[in-house]
Ligand binder design. Structure first.
Ligand code: PMP
Length: 394
């Protein structure tokens, strides 16, 4: 049977990561995957996570099945965290998922089940897995532009394109720290997007993967909370991979907001059904860790403080890279970089220049120009800037 399988496509980001693994140059720098690294180049286990794991091990609770929606306390904590104290909790439900990717897939299944003819609009460029996940759920995908010629958020262009979104359509928006561009709408732009959703009847589908790593936890959640307060229906995919450093534990949740309690109950059951046919129930460990942190004032404060340190390092790296590029005569290219937010920056380089960066300088970013700004040891920034300046020069 397997002999009949045609050559399947491979994941471009992991292909580059494996290529990096085989690169023996000592100066090699891996900026491909979106993973936070500290100054020593490691992705740390956050102190609050370590402490929560110790407490959980000491408690050693039963590992019995938790229920169809996963860990109920975790779901409540994430609803509180994402929607905030004044959020529309009475018309919301959350289902624990296998990280942000699992939430995206379950919510895509929900859209397909509810509106099989729906088109989901994604930004261009988008997170590399948005289209495959949506298409795997059977949905049609269309794109809308994201940046203007100056590298900022293209408010007018985005609103113009989304005016074509129909009442059956869904618009996927990244809540903060846009992957791959690092370009986010301002709050006024978000207000305009809410108006557009209300006028056009499309449903916002917010992907939250980097809250806490842009302007701060509360600030990064502002747009999502504002939308939740304005629109009757909304879908939110939440990842705990980056802001809790729980990448491999696969922690996240799918949140639905509906116009009535009945609709929300039905949506929750549909999400549970979708999970049952994919993996039955999500893993408990990471969700228990997040719950232990969010329910304990001390652990929560420690987590928030460490998250702020991570965010500060990302901001310092970006500022430093911008300054070095400026000193090397690339001030214009550096300007758009300076305004970007979160883990990623989009370099103004062509695929060929990115290839040269990899071949000549052992600096690995994606072909599209994306680099993980959170993955650079501070002392390597001058050499990264020199590599960028050199390939820009040709
Ligand atoms: N959404 C976006 C925008 C992302 O960048 C990512 C991870 N790179 C995810 C969702 C999914 O993350 P995970 O499944 O690891 O939680």
């Amino acid at each position: 049977m397997l002999e009949l399988l045609p050559t399947p496509p491979t994941d471009p980001l992991w292909d580059l990561t494996y290529e990096f693994g085989g690169d023996e140059r000592p100066e090699r720098l891996n900026l491909v995957l979106g993973v936070y690294r500290d100054q020593s180049g490691t992705t740390p286990v956050m102190a609050a996570v370590r402490e929560a794991e110790i407490r959980l091990a000491q408690r050693s609770e039963s590992k019995e099945y938790r229920g169809l929606s996963g860990n109920a306390a975790f779901n409540q904590c994430l609803l509180d965290l994402v929607l905030g104290p004044d959020g529309p909790a009475e018309r919301a439900a959350a289902v624990q998922t296998v990280a942000g990717s699992g939430a995206l897939r379950l919510l895509a299944d929900l859209v397909f089940r509810t509106r099989p003819g729906a088109t989901v609009w994604i930004s261009d460029p988008a997170y590399v897995n948005h289209r495959p996940i949506l298409e795997a759920a059977g949905l049609k995908v269309r794109t809308y532009g994201w940046r203007d010629a100056a590298g900022g958020f293209d408010t007018a262009g985005v609103l113009r394109e989304l005016a074509d979104a129909g009442r059956d359509d869904v618009v996927l928006l990244q809540g903060c720290c846009h992957n791959p561009t690092g370009v986010d709408p301002l709050l006024d732009d978000w207000e305009a997007l809410a108006e557009s959703a209300l006028r056009g009847g499309w449903v916002p589908f917010v992907d939250l993967a980097y809250h806490g790593l842009g302007d701060g936890l509360e600030a990064d959640l502002l747009a999502t909370r504002m939308l939740a307060s304005r629109v009757p229906e909304m879908l939110i995919a939440v990842s705990c991979s980056k802001n809790f450093g729980l990448y491999s534990d696969r922690v996240g949740c799918a949140i639905v907001l509906g116009a009535s309690a009945r609709a929300v109950r039905h949506a929750e059951t549909a999400l549970q059904n979708a999970a049952r046919t994919l993996y039955s129930m999500p893993p408990e460990h990471g969700a228990a860790v997040v719950t232990a942190i969010l329910q304990d004032a001390g652990l929560r404060a420690s987590w928030r403080a460490e998250l702020d340190v991570m965010r500060g390092r990302i901001m310092a790296n970006r500022a430093d890279l911008t300054a070095h590029l400026g000193n090397l005569g690339c001030a214009e290219q550096a300007r758009s970089l300076a305004r970007q937010k979160g883990m990623f920056s989009m370099l103004p380089l062509t695929p060929n220049q990115m290839l040269r960066l990899r071949r000549q300088y052992a600096i690995y970013g994606t072909t599209s120009g994306r680099i993980n700004i959170a993955g650079i040891p501070a002392h390597r920034i001058p050499c990264l800037a020199r590599g960028i300046a050199a390939v820009l020069d040709t």
